[in-house]
Design a protein around this ligand. Sequence first.
Ligand SMILES: [Zn+2]
Length: 275
Amino acid sequence: MTAPLYDAHAHLADPRLEPYRGAIEQSLKEINCQQTVVNGTSPADWHAVVEYTKSSGKSLPAIGLHPWQVKDAPADWKAQFSQLLNTGAVTVIGEIGLDQWIEGHDIEQQQAAFKWQLEVATQRNLPVSIHCLRAMQPLLETLLTAQLPQRGIHLHAFNGSAEDARRLVELGAYFSFNAGQLKPNAKTVFEAIRAIPEDRLLIETDAPDMLPPSEYREFELPPAKSSTRLLNHPANLHAAYKAIADIRSTSFNQLAIQVEQNFQRYFIQTLREHI
Ligand SMILES: [Zn+2]
């Protein structure tokens, strides 16, 4: 049996994975995946996230308004968000963040939604899962002027530079990487992976998205019905650990022990004094 593994960011309640749910849970058992943070992206999927995590004892529910969904969010999304948080069923806020890669983005509108959700996380000292694509400057500006959760923050699929990482470490950031980021020419990502202090490193899959290059694919899923694009199997988490251990010149087991401690400290152990 391999060391216990933890997926810091995935979308296991995504309807594209529904037909394979039983097989996926079996594969996650085989790789000894202990916990997965299951993220939502808009009010349309928040209840599915909570239901999924209720029926699978091995996941933490996260709800958040994703930057891609900000424009189409219903007018009462904040009320729906607060209501669900108040039930106590949700323990993580994600996926939230900023994105200037997506066509037609409105960074100010994204920033307002991001700041508000970050504030809620700070008040309740909840962990957050942050998405940042081509938006490092506005992200840093926001983080430097906001109050942050006492337990720190989490940058998912981190694709900033090693220098950005150093600045974010000072703000209490944790960083996760997935095997889909490990394209042969992704020099910046490899450098960032090596630069993260060992007590701030997490691993993720972002499944069913972020399909890894074939050498990091240990599990396959058929393409989604509506497209020919292959889905990322959540059990590729094992391959991500292997690849990241190699990049950091450490052993698989050493990395697994460290990531377990980090996952527990950030997502689970910290006292929720403000609830
Ligand atoms: Zn995601």
